[in-house]
Design a protein around this ligand. Sequence first.
Ligand code: F6R
Length: 614
Amino acid sequence: MCGIVGYIGSKSVVGILTEGLRKLEYRGYDSSGIAINADNEIKIYKAEGKLQNLVDLLQGHVKETQSAKAGIGHIRWATHGAPTEVNAHPHTCSCGKLVIVHNGIIENFKELKEDLIKQGCVFRSQTDTETVAHLIAQEYNKTKDLTQAVRLATKKIQGAYALGVMHQDFPNVLVATKRNAPLLIGVGEGEFFIASDVPAIIEHTKKALYLNDDEIITLTNEKMTLIDGDNKELNPKIEILPWEPVALSKMGFKHFMLKEIHEQPDVIRNILSGKLYNTDEPISLKEVQLTKETLKNLNRIQIIACGTSMHAAMVGKYLIEDFCGIAVDVEASSEYIYRKTVTDKNTLVIGVSQSGETADTITAIKQSKAKGSHVLIITNRPDSTMAREADSLVPINAGIEVSVAATKSYIAQLISFYLLALYMAEVKGSLDNATLTEIKKELVVLPQKVEMILAHKEQIQKCAKIFSTTKDFIYIARGINFATALEGALKLKEISYINATGYPAGELKHGPIAMLDETMPVLSILMHGKVYEKILSNAEEAKARNAKMIALTNSDDKKLEELFDFIIKVPEVNEILSPVIAMIPLQLLAYYIAEFLGKDVDQPRNLAKSVTVE
Ligand code: F6R
């Protein structure tokens, strides 16, 4: 959450900062601000709301800002204090000479703030961040050394932070540091950048240095100096980023979400290529280090993830248990980290994360690693913190996902779980060859089936129009598609703000059925397989309570027309692969309802794409 960008060099800084922030908009978008050194004076510009408001504000200040060659910028996702201009970063100390931008949460800010107020510090905002500005300023007043002030002040902080710091006394110096939050330093010719993520700097340089926790970097336009928390000078290890600058274009689609939904057939092809060469050959997962011996000794698997990634994990559990006969638990990372988990060297811990930077999941995998578990990460960001912590890696190669609501990354995570479960079954010898080959053959033809759904999206548009005025929505399913019901409901909630809930269909009669009447749409995920008839019976129960009935099905059964008010038809598919096929119409349904209601589809209220606070 929140994005930081900074620059020091010989180019005009304002455009670099605002363009960098635009690339970080996925991290938050409730306010933004920059601080620049303009003619040896620190100037601050902030705006509430979308980044465009800051850009518009800066248009009126071109003359006074154009000579500036150093600055820091921030895009906010509010944690402490409302998303107002006064709470927008950068924040300053009492005298206004020291400015900082911050991503993270200062957990002990209350105690620190009380103490600082007693010492005469004047607070202007409700943020936890401002405490850090005062703390650093206090240390600076003692040492007159900005780097040391940052080092000593951050020793007093508990929590997570990535910080960019400037001071009026040294307007040509940038200091940056981090703990439990991502920060990288871009290295150009006579210029340096700081950024929360690669897209903010990749247009300018491919050379970068990932800061480790508690390291402090001091940048001028000539050099960088790196120290650790004990003031020991370190040799910066510069890497070449495996990234190409990407033009973030909607390619003619109205929203990134719709474009990303349409990219899914190619996303599936991409993941399969290089991993599933031929249906008669074993799956190849080059970065997975699970030997037959490790698999034989596993007593259990724990999959930890948040939100959409946790729904993919639920499908993963089903697959691994089905194909490999190993017990799997799925847990929200935020729950996992605050209890005594039974994890040891014979537990495989799988972390699933689109961004690879979700704070709760990072903490969870660090805890499991400390207990000796093998950690396998499924992520869209092989350069992320999680990927760097991993013993084994499955990169999902979905390409950059701009829309806050995850779509193609979810499908890519599902495909990764199919590949991983098959791979494990092959290493373990737990599935017969005929079944293995059949599933592989089905996987290969999935992209065409997804294309068929996309080609008939009008049926879903029609359904969206009919149900767009509903206040509540229920999704029911069983077995492997229970996760699909949860994910379908989450998509709708996120972008249309309609109260939507997914239930195991058999649970309806244990409580939720009380809510049903003619105002409540119930969408049944009715795919051929083990639980088809069971869900049909549960749908009958809902129909008997006058609910509005929608079927998402691959069945041609004429009887369904009597039971359902609306039928969304999808291609036939093996039940085990049906979560992929069933999810596409649910993504489109959520999209078209939100679009019909005129919502901000790509940047829904209160959300951010990368949740880097616990
Ligand atoms: C929903 C969504 C979120 C994320 C969750 C975890 O559309 O995107 O629920 O899935 O915040 O994020 P990652 O996968 O980056 O760990």
